[in-house]
Design a protein. Structure first.
Length: 375
């Protein structure tokens, strides 16, 4: 059953998972939606994300609750069709560097203390919990979180866009760097690089790491802590890995087509930012990451990097998400978050609720943009 059309027209800026999810939830709620993005869909962080669905480790209670709700929405999607190659729930496995067993133990104790499914395992116990791991690579002790999963965000975007199109959404891709238009202190639309104007009752800025720059033009400050990152996709390989691995030298997860997705942070300073704003990573770094990943897998299969993408990973300055309407620019909502994969579905749902109902959702109460100040 389709919802009756309501009178709200919304212009969403940014074709990553947060923009696409918000757009689809708005359409489900009966709004008219235009989704405008600089280049192609998923050309930002969404196209190069490890997208491990989790709330592992320590963070604020509110952020944990939001992430758990995020996982819940993915579980519902998963249950509707567990055979999807791009969304799976087979757990996550973490271990720290040799000699740092206390890190894993502390993490496990904390996770247990608030009911996050967490099991501590010695290397020889891991094969009873999950498959495809070379236990010789595991130092001391690992934490297995059976409730975690992973998603391939480009596939999810494609899936959501089928609904976007069916519900009559309008997509404007290749719009170039676009801006929020405001008059008398209120947002009223989006202007694209070629001068086209999309008037709207409400505007959403979901521009990933560029979100602070887009709202800065209107005198609004959101601290930006987005680091440079890279994601490597391998050729199809012979592996049995099911879980998402977070280990001292490589993070790895299965990826559609029998490939693997890999990332880590140790090579961040070896990524080069060019004057035109593009990035590159030395091929030997990509090779080294691939070799590190091979060491984690049972039988140490030869892994060959097929493609890699580099760019900023959206992270607000204080690490917590930023969601909601800008008090200083009514009519303009923002969605800017680390863990935007885990939050992808729930963030779109709650933000569209706020936009369409005018009511603030309590789960977003601590994530308001106004918490930042320049001092
Ligand atoms: C290497 C890596 C690993 C990650 N791992 C995880 C993980 O394990 N778990 C997890 O939950 N999350 C993870 N994330 C984070 C998650 O992928 C991101 O938070 C999420 O994809 C962000 O989506 P977004 O829609 O906010 O931004 P983006 O995907 O960056 O999309 C923003 C879009 O806006 C467009 N845009 C920007 N400025 C403008 C403008 N002025 N005009 C028009 N368009 C504009 C961009 O072109 C882009 O397409 C990871 C991210 C990276 C990069």
């Amino acid at each position: 059953m389709t919802s009756p059309k309501i009178e709200t027209e919304v212009a969403v800026l940014g074709g990553g998972i947060l923009g696409v999810s918000t757009a689809v939830h708005l359409l489900r709620g009966g709004a008219s939606v235009v989704l405008i993005t600089e280049s192609t869909l998923a050309s930002g962080a969404t196209g190069r994300s490890l997208s491990w669905l989790n709330s592992a480790g320590k963070r604020s209670d509110a952020y944990h609750a939001l992430r758990m709700a995020g996982i819940d929405r993915y579980r519902t999607l998963f249950a509707a069709d567990p055979s999807r190659e791009w969304l799976q729930f087979d757990g996550g496995l973490f271990w720290a560097a040799a000699g740092e067993a206390a890190k894993a133990e502390t993490r496990h104790e904390y996770e247990q203390s608030h009911g996050y499914d967490s099991k501590l395992a010695k290397p020889e116990q891991i094969s009873a919990l999950t498959c495809g791991i070379d236990e010789a690579a595991v130092s001391d002790v690992a934490v297995f979180n059976p409730g975690e999963g992973w998603v391939s965000l480009p596939h999810l975007v494609e899936y959501l866009m089928a609904e976007f199109n069916a519900l009559g959404g309008t997509l404007v891709a290749e719009a170039g760097k676009s801006r929020v238009l405001a008059k008398d202190g209120k947002a009223w639309g989006i202007g694209t690089k070629d001068g086209s104007i999309y008037a709207a009752d409400k505007v959403v800025v979901a521009c990933g790491a560029a979100t602070p720059a887009v709202v800065e033009e209107h005198g609004i400050y959101i601290a930006n802590g987005s680091p440079i990152s890279a994601l490597v996709i391998t050729e199809a390989a012979d592996y049995k890995l099911k879980a998402v691995l977070n280990t001292p030298r490589a993070a790895a997860r299965p990826n559609p087509g029998g490939t693997l997705a890999l990332d880590h942070g140790w090579y961040e300073e070896r990524i080069v930012e060019h004057p035109d704003g593009s990035f590159s990573i030395p091929e030997e770094v990509v090779q080294e990451l691939t070799e590190e990943a091979s060491r984690l897998l049972e039988g140490n299969p030869q892994l060959t990097p097929a493609s890699w993408k580099v760019g900023r990973k959206p992270i607000p300055g204080d690490g917590e998400p930023v969601f909601g309407e800008l008090e200083k620019l009514p009519g303009c909502f923002v969605a800017f978050s680390h863990s935007g994969a885990t939050l992808g579905l729930i963030a779109g749902e709650l933000l569209s609720h706020e936009i369409l109902s005018g009511q603030k959702h309590p789960m977003l109460a601590t994530f308001r943009p106004e918490r930042f100040s320049r001092e």
